[in-house]
Design a protein around this ligand. Structure first.
Ligand code: ZN
Length: 314
């Protein structure tokens, strides 16, 4: 498609609101519980009927950060026909060679807490599609989308601005292994997690321990979620644990990662969890509950990462 034609067709889709989509399920306690387990949020207003009833909410509410999950339709919808301006923009960009996608930004605003039983519907519109930008992943265009969530009475309960990058993957232009110049993204280093990465460089897996109540926590943060103490120390983990959950990423192939990419949530025997890669096992053989141990892998000259491998002779 000629660039002018693409620009004209994209422009015609900007600002158009798609048809309302009904959330597949009402807001419900089981999904709330699963979400809270996954992110280790123990706030009783999300989980405990009785305590929630005595709180200022007067009953269970959903974590606001769960917003997006209520509109997710699951894998089946990927093959069934989606319509609306977003689907049209995405297929136009696909046809123009921007076949890969990565989410780059998400901003949510909440008008009220959601409660079990709320039936949501959402509408989306495209706010903007950028000109082509040269990014580290390849040349691409940013797509800004606005989604508005409404309850059964039509009142807005939340809105989300979501930005994705549709790009032409560099790897696709060059078959074979990723060029060595592309290195793994550096972990975000903050004053809160500096001890963790220092430990990794020294071959130790450290867990933050509250000095007030002794609770272990990960990822690191400035304050204990249990007793609100700012005082903390560290405990060296044994490095042993189990696969609590995992996903196998196949697409899009972003260098320098190898695919299929086995991404695991490890539960350490001390009880905290961390996200890592499982190595030394075929992704088809990964299992929840699999005993694993940490291995400090030098992935490039300047980066050591705590990865996990199955415990031998299990
Ligand atoms: Zn504490």
């Amino acid at each position: 498609m000629a660039p002018e034609e693409l620009a004209r067709r994209l422009a015609s889709l900007i600002g158009r609101e798609g048809p309302p989509e009904r959330a597949p399920d009402p807001v419900n306690a089981p999904m709330i519980r699963h979400f809270c387990e996954a992110v280790d949020d123990r706030n009783p207003v999300y989980l405990d009927d009785e305590r929630a009833a005595r709180s200022l909410h007067g009953g269970l509410v959903a974590p606001p950060a769960m917003l997006q999950t209520w509109g997710m339709r699951g894998l089946a919808s990927r093959t069934s026909g989606r319509s609306g301006p977003l689907a049209d923009v995405l297929s136009l960009l696909d046809e123009s060679g921007y076949t890969s996608v990565v989410a780059t930004n998400c901003r949510q605003e909440y008008a009220r807490y959601l409660r079990p039983g709320d039936r949501l519907s959402l509408t989306s519109q495209i706010l903007a599609v950028s000109d082509e930008k040269d990014t580290a992943l390849g040349p691409g265009r940013f797509v800004d989308q606005l989604m508005i969530y409404r309850d059964a009475d039509g009142a807005e309960v939340a809105r989300m601005e979501f930005r994705i990058l549709k790009f032409r993957p560099k790897a696709a232009a060059r078959p074979g292994p990723a060029p060595p110049a592309v290195r793994r993204p550096r972990p975000a280093q903050t004053p809160d997690n500096a001890f963790f990465w220092q430990g990794v460089r020294e071959g130790q897996l450290l867990i933050q321990r509250c000095s007030g109540c002794g609770r272990l926590r990960h990822p690191p943060g400035p304050m204990c979620p249990s007793c609100h103490s700012f005082e903390w120390t560290t405990q060296r983990a044994s490095g042993r644990g189990r696969v609590h959950s995992f996903v196998v990423a196949h697409h899009p192939p972003v260098p320098p990662f190898e695919y299929p990419n086995l991404i695991v949530l490890i539960e350490l025997e001390e009880g905290t969890r961390l996200v890592s890669n499982l190595i030394g096992v075929d992704p088809s053989e990964a299992e929840i509950g699999m005993p694993v141990e940490v291995v400090f892998e030098r992935v490039d000259p300047e980066l050591v990462l705590p990865l996990f491998q199955p415990v031998s002779g299990r």
